[in-house]
Structures are given as C-alpha cells and as structure tokens.
Design a protein around this ligand. Sequence first.
Ligand code: HEM
Length: 415
Amino acid sequence: SAPTEPSEPAATRTAERTPAELSTTEAWLDPFDWYVEMREHSPVRYDESRDCFDVFRYDDVDRILHDPETFSSDPRNAPGLDLPPEEERSPLLETMLSTDAARHDRLRGVVEEWFRPRALAGRRERLESVAAGLLDDAVAGGEMDVIDEFAYPFPVIVIAELLGVPSDERPTFRRWSETLVEAPDGRTPEAMDDHRREQQRVSEELSAYFEEKLDARAVDRRGDLITVIADAEAAGELSRTEALGFCMLLLVAGNITTTNLIGNAVRCLTAHPEALARAERGDARLEPLIEEVLRYRSPVQALARFATEEVEIAGETVAEGDVVVPWIGSANRDPAAFDAPDEFRIDRAPNQHLGFGRGTHYCLGAPLARLETEIALTGLFDRATGIERATDELVPVRSAFIYGVTELPVEFERR
Ligand code: HEM
C-alpha cells in the first residue's frame, strides 16, 4: 500500500477491516454462501478496500496457520496498516496473540499449566454450581433468552473468578468485549474513525483497570491468575505492559467466543430437532456435538496474519508486509476437507475443524471453552425439554470475525 502522508486527515488513513460482502445483517447471520463462491472462484483474493488477501480454502488456511515464520501474528510486521502510535503502544499488542516465536512461547508459558484439562478438572464442581445457579433462575418462567440469561453471564463469571476480579462488574466487561470485537456502525471513514477511537478508549480503560488490580496483588496475594501474572512480573519474566496485556487478553478472549459457542450450539440444535431430541435424552455424546458446532457455526470466523517475506498462496503472490486473512469459518465448510460440509452431524468423525485455530497459537482456552460448553448443555438438558426457538428473527453479533447471535429466546418444558 502507498505510504501515508503525515498531513492526511486521520479519517482517510483508517483502513477498513470488514469486507464489504460481510457488512449487512444477512451476511453476518449467513456468510456461508459467500464462502462457497469464494472457495470456488477466488480462493485467494486481494481486497483493495482493506488492502489485504483473503484466503478461503482449508488447505491454504491450514498451511498459513502452520507457518508462523512466514505468516506472523504481529501487526507491526505490516507497515501498510499504519497503526496510530497510541494503538501501537496498546498492551493488547504485547500479548501471546500478537507476538511470535520465543516471545510468544515465553508469554504463553506463564499460564499454560492453568489451562490444561487436568488443572481445570479440579474446577468442574464450581463451574457446575455457577451454571446451576444461572439456569435455575433462567428456566423458572418456562422461557428464556439463552444468550442474556445464561450463555453471556456464565463464561464471564468463570473467567472473572479465575482471574480474581469481581464478576458483578460484568456489564462493564461486556461493553469492553463488544467494543473490541464489533464492526463500526457504517462504512464511512468517519464511522470507522469513531469506532477506532472508541476501541482505543476501551483499551485504555481496560489497561487502567488492571493496572490497579496488579498493584493490589503485590500486597494482597491470592490463588488466582492475576497473582500468577503479578508474580511473573515481580520475577522479571513479564514487563508491566505485558502483564497488563495478559490480563486484558484473558478477560476478553474467552467471553464472547464462549458465549457464541453455547449460543450457536443451541441454535444448531433447535434447527435439528432429531439431534436435539437425542441430546435432551442424553443419547448423544456431547464432545463430538460441541466439535461439530465449532466447525459448522464457528464462533471465530477469521484470523489475521502478516507476511514476513514474499510468498505464494495458491498462485497469488503476497508481498512482504502484506496482511493475510485466513477464513477458518470457510475452511470449516470446505468440501475438500469435510464430507457433506453443510450438514450438521453431531457425531461427525473425523472432525479436523479449525475453530480453535492451529499450530503455535492454537486456542489456549480450548479446554476451558469445551468444559464450559459441556457443563452448559448438560445443565440445560437437565432442566428443559422440547426446546424451541420463540421467534424466527435472529440478531447477529455485528462482526465478520466473531460469529453468533445477541439474542436467542427459547420456549421449553421444565423437567
Ligand atoms: C487463541 C478461538 C475461548 C484464550 C484462539 C484462536 C482461536 C480461538 C481461533 C487462535 C488465534 C490465532 O491463531 O490468531 C476460541 C473460541 C473459543 C475460545 C472459538 C470459545 C468457544 C477461549 C477462552 C480463553 C481463550 C475461554 C481463555 C480464557 C485464548 C488465548 C489465545 C487464543 C490466550 C492466544 C493463544 C496464543 O496466541 O498462543 N482462540 N477461543 N480462548 N484463545 Fe481462544
């Protein structure tokens, strides 16, 4: 992309992040037809308005995620992005998600143990009791909004407890997470600029919030993740900015994503009554069912990578510094990788979906997200049967990258 003139007004500098094809309610709810067209006709395409390459086929996406040396996660490798200085300084760029190689491994190593399935097993009972409390309230009236009453608060309470922050601040956490993932309200440069400023403000609020929490932990030590992070900082393993970024990432990475996994699971099941009946009877294994939701309605649809050298993808030449967007939501529907990819099969095997990514950045929270979703669905089926959507209308998360609905009213009979 052309170098930016310093005199250019900020608004015209702001690069679009959302493809034009995915900026309407219909497309947010159903991007899958668009993916078919792209996989067939433009599997790797350069999008001028966003100055990036979109990649749609499974094999290409898989290869990109397996080659972090060529396809870096650090946006500072893409000079064309022209990050404003305040964004470049954001602690969110100093996390495992946006760093590579040794630095990434060092950061991830600080909390890796905590998120192993074995370590989480000890928390199962507490998670079950949080889910039970929410579900008992939610089912009381014979109808509920799956998102608002359950799928949203559940993962937030869980991560707030793991981190060691008060979960009653969750309306603020929700606003923070939503602002960070949502698309701008409109496609004018002004709308995009406003949105970016709003995101920057949230990043600063988050940073100030955790600054205080980290300072408090230096004197008031507890068995939570903030203490682990504060200890790593005290031991010189993390800088203050890295420690802040760490807390911010853990708070926002696992909320809307897990909310959407639970919500998308209920959405898939209500659309497939036979599968739902089996699940409600306890006649379907939940592990493969959850994996199939991760494939069929992936909570994360797209990632971003930054080319460190010139490289070819399926015949297209990508230059050093270019932005590459691997569409895992499309890869997960690629008929070259999956039998009947548009069918929702609750016992699909094998299921090598990319819903949690691949390679070095494979989702740290995957074991937690799976555990939460299994507990969520078990708790729901223990209390409700004959679950049906209460309205036909769906309201999507306003994002091309995060996939889910913001409301999901259902009716059911209480058990
Ligand atoms: C990374 C998806 C839940 C923390 C990722 C990546 C994906 C993903 C696709 C790869 C990003 C990339 O390669 O650039 C999901 C989905 C979730 C979920 C679909 C829920 C259904 C969680 C939870 C947590 C979490 C509950 C933590 C509490 C992280 C972190 C990374 C990550 C820290 C970065 C790992 C690294 O860079 O090494 N997630 N995630 N995620 N996820 Fe998740």
